[in-house]
Ligand binder design. Sequence first.
Ligand SMILES: Cc1cc2nc3c(=O)[nH]c(=O)nc-3n(C[C@H](O)[C@H](O)[C@H](O)COP(=O)(O)OP(=O)(O)OC[C@H]3O[C@@H](n4cnc5c(N)ncnc54)[C@H](O)[C@@H]3O)c2cc1C
Length: 475
Amino acid sequence: MKPNRVAVIGGGIGGLTAAGVLARKGHAVTLFEATDSLGGKAQTVRADGLVFDTGPTVMTMPDTVRATFAAVGAEASMPRLERLALQTHYRWADGREFLCWEDVERASASAAAVHAADGQRLAAFFAEADTIYRAAGRPYLEAPYETMMGFMARAAKSGLGTLLTGLKLSTLDGLARRHFESAHLRQFVGRFATYAGASPYESSAAFAMIAHIERAFGVHHVIGGLGSLVDGLEAAARRNGVDVVLGQRARHEARGDGFVVGEREFDAVVVNADPLASQAREDEPLTMSGYVAMFDVPARLALPHHTILFSQDYRKEFDELSAGRLSEDLTVHVCHPAATDPTMAPPGRSGLYVMVNVPPMRVGDEGAWAGHARALETRLRAKLATLPGLSGVPLRLVAERTPVDLAKKGAPRGSIYGFLPHGRFGPFRRPAIRGRQRGVFFAGGGTHPGGGVPLVMLSGRFAAELTHAHLGGQA
Ligand SMILES: Cc1cc2nc3c(=O)[nH]c(=O)nc-3n(C[C@H](O)[C@H](O)[C@H](O)COP(=O)(O)OP(=O)(O)OC[C@H]3O[C@@H](n4cnc5c(N)ncnc54)[C@H](O)[C@@H]3O)c2cc1C
């Protein structure tokens, strides 16, 4: 029997996963990638002996990564993940610090130094995050989201009803206020909304489940950088027979019972480009964009792997971002991978990945961005100088990734996660994996279950399952 022909449009992690799984199931898969390399937002670059991830740096849900490598037949070649005991070091301008250890007792002791009573409440917050994960998160992640009814049937078994009535599921900020008195610990909770590119003041308390996911499954670093995950998925896809076409921006058109992409005919299509971009819905509200600066430091720093330098007024920062303005006082994520992985920097040096959220921007906005860029660099350098060992140390900017760079890669207006999941039921309004057009499926951060590397891998696997079933295959 002739194999079914499947086109995968986009070679990000979602597209690579879907392509690898479908080819392993015996379909003839062609993957079209507009740029000259695979991985999309997940890239690792080398500059003067330093290695930098330019997009994702925080990895969690290692079992999902393992299951994805198994699904493409490459479990043995999965890159090594290193679990961080100190997950994140949070710092404030008033000198307070919260060391969020994976170990809750240790983390609670550190939180108590920020605010004595809040330190004692940390364990209760994590317990509620665990309840939210079990009741809503697990059923949301275990199968493709097709209808609210289907989800509710799964969630009913895990106690979502009790959760909704008993836990006053509000905004994430509302939940933070119920647990903590200090603005500091509330900010710690609120930041989990930004893992989906959202604001804690507008998004569901369900995002607290990310705090549980980090606690229960760990925060990991991919040894050698995240690019090695992409390399592993690419090698598996090619071994499974995927025909990879680089440098071709593709569009599918329905023809007869199938589709054409360029001149080639296909029976089904998996779109890894953002659903809002591919449905010309870029004017809808979008998640935040991001700017990343990569610095070469002429000394090996004693900084931990992840540091967050919080802004002083979190609400003002989000209000300004949602009004399309760059805040004067930004929350900054500093990643120092050499703290864990000596392959990321030569002895006596450190590379710093410095990331801030910024408003979305369009291709063509280079001029507007250039206006922001130098002011932003000055602000970032001033903020970095507050870190131990960095005052007076010359930092050389070696590379950067702007919102316009993201937009050029097909991210709608440079938004990191596309669809904005604000509102209590925000996550359920995402564009679904099964497209409206028969035989078209979506994979990637803009569809279910959402952005972030492990979720995108899940989405690639779900898209492959639905495509395989559509083509008459057995699970
Ligand atoms: C700065 C930054 C920090 C991040 N931090 C984290 C983190 O710490 N942890 C985490 O888990 N996640 C993080 N993420 C998110 C994570 O990187 C993404 O959710 C994930 O990589 C998206 O994968 P995707 O499959 O949606 O594809 P994308 O990465 O969006 O790739 C899509 C691909 O499709 C291609 N394409 C688009 N249109 C077409 C077309 N018409 N024809 C052919 N090709 C096309 C593009 O060129 C691109 O290569 C971060 C992202 C960024 C930008």
